[in-house]
Design a binder for this molecule. Sequence first.
Ligand SMILES: Nc1ncnc2c1ncn2[C@@H]1O[C@H](COP(=O)(O)OP(=O)(O)OP(=O)(O)O)[C@@H](O)[C@H]1O
Length: 179
Amino acid sequence: MRDAGHRGRMAADPKAQPFVRAVAYSLRGAVYAFHTEKNLKRDVWLFTCLAIAEWCLRPNLWQAAITVFVSMCVFAAEMFNTAIELAVDVASGWTQHPVAGMAKDVASGAVTFVAFGALAIAAWLVASNWPFHFWLWSRHNLGAVALVTVWLAAVWAVRLWPYRVDVEIKRPRKEGETT
Ligand SMILES: Nc1ncnc2c1ncn2[C@@H]1O[C@H](COP(=O)(O)OP(=O)(O)OP(=O)(O)O)[C@@H](O)[C@H]1O
């Protein structure tokens, strides 16, 4: 994780309603993470593959809801991990410290646990829909398709939302460092 310094521009209108401001700030954080974290970018594509699989295999609404919830947990875990990395980098002043390293490793371990849980859910989904039927062009379980499609659109909206760099995040250069 790289980072430092900021140019001090607010993302949300300070005069806006507190709820609107809170939503704007959380969107700003999510957009930042989805534009800068390679793991989140990869997870967006994995979620897209999951949606395509669900369009074809048509799990029922409950199964679709559970897979969407678990996928959002994976995204959330990655964002917590990013937040912890940023906080650790600021707190340690981008210097090496065993506690800083351990904090990052614990956060990364948490993401791994959630990811393995998601794999277990994926295995359950495959097992409970076996043998597979190809339902892509049918009206079978349309509610599940609608649910997954709405969430896919929401995830891609965050991923493609224009990212305004109002907080410049990069490790400060050390003396004598050229790149
Ligand atoms: N300040 C630090 N002091 C000691 N060890 C650190 C420090 N920063 C990172 N590390 C070690 O290096 C590893 C990688 O840290 P880094 O900040 O590069 O994460 P990253 O590879 O960018 O993670 P991600 O790919 O999730 O963004 C950490 O898991 C930790 O073990």
